[in-house]
Structure formats: structure tokens, C-alpha cells
Design a protein around this ligand. Structure first.
Ligand code: ZN
Length: 180
């Protein structure tokens, strides 16, 4: 089922997600809805707070040809779409600076620094605890979605200068969220 995606200014984006105690059919349905909604919006990642839900669940789907060859090879074994339940960053390495967007910030992009590699522990859909190490765009997406589960948004990762550059767009989004 496809859900409306809430945008900047909506209170649910600032909530810290709740740990999922058991991976139930309801959680599996939520993951499927997140995947459908992400695909419908042509996004590469989506987190539960973006559809107004509190569970610590996020999904990612990076097309292989979007990655640099070296990262594509490193990430080759990762199944897509990737569902992360209760994800937790265990380690990061290196750094990358690239353009980043967010479905909750339509038309807003900014160059953001992040680690180039991340190791994350999470529960999979079958409730098993797993660990993954990924690089490049996929690592960026994992960290961006985990930020969402902590109530941290793209705007929080932007410099003052970057924020000033999109101040008008941010104001408009906030105003729209208030009226919704
Ligand atoms: Zn986002």
C-alpha cells in the first residue's frame, strides 16, 4: 500500500523511532508499504517516520548502476530492496562528500559529508540479527535512513550557508506542513 510521504515541518519526522520488539506480520506489512511508497516516489530510501509511523524500520533500494564501480563490487552481495529493522551503526570508516536529497525535502539537495563505509547491525524480515558493511551511495543511504529513525534530518546535516541557500524552500515546506 502506498502512503503519503510527510515533508519537513511535520512533527513525526522529529520523533525518535521505537525499537521493534518482535518482527510481526504488521512490521513485515509496514516494510512492504515503505518499499511500495519509496518506489512510487522514485526514491532510493524511506524510513517509517516519513509515513507517520514510529517503528524503527527503514528500506533502501539503490540501483547497481548508480554506484561507482568500486563500491558496486563491494556492495554486490547486498540484497535489494534492503529492509533494516532496529538498525544500529557499529563502525564507520573514511569519508565521502556527495549530493544528498530526501523525499521529505522535495527539490532540496545539498553536498553532505559522511563516512564512506558503514557497518550496521539490524534485524532482517525473518527476525534474524544480521551485520552488513557497505560503501559509497549505499552507505550514505543507510546513514541517512538511520538519521530519520533518530529524528535527524537532511537540514541538520547542512552548513549555515547551505541552509541560507534553501531558506525560502524550507519556509514554504514548513508553512505547507502547518496547513496540512
Ligand atoms: Zn530522507
Amino acid at each position: 500500500m502506498i502512503h503519503p510521504i510527510v515533508t519537513f515541518g511535520h512533527a513525526s519526522l522529529r520523533c525518535e523511532s521505537r525499537v521493534v520488539p518482535t518482527v510481526t506480520d504488521e512490521i513485515r506489512r509496514l516494510a512492504a508499504d515503505l518499499i511500495d511508497t519509496m518506489h512510487e516516489a522514485s526514491g532510493v530510501g524511506l524510513a517509517a517516520p516519513q509515513i507517520g509511523r514510529e517503528a524503527a524500520v527503514c528500506v533502501i533500494d539503490i540501483p547497481p548502476d548508480a554506484e561507482k564501480p568500486v563500491c558496486r563490487a563491494f556492495n554486490a552481495a547486498v540484497p535489494m530492496p534492503l529492509v533494516l529493522i532496529n538498525p544500529e551503526i557499529l563502525a564507520t570508516e573514511g569519508s565521502q562528500r556527495n549530493n544528498e536529497g530526501c523525499l521529505s525535502f522535495p527539490e532540496i539537495y545539498a553536498v553532505i559529508s559522511r563516512p564512506n563505509q558503514v557497518t550496521v547491525a539490524f534485524h532482517a524480515l525473518d527476525a534474524s540479527r544480521q551485520t552488513l558493511t557497505v560503501q559509497g551511495l549505499l552507505a550514505r543511504a543507510v546513514m541517512h535512513e538511520i538519521d530519520h529513525l533518530n529524528g535527524v534530518l537532511l537540514v541538520d546535516r547542512m552548513s549555515q550557508v547551505q541552509k541560507l541557500a534553501v531558506a525560502g524552500k524550507l519556509r514554504r515546506l514548513k508553512k505547507e506542513a502547518k496547513q496540512a
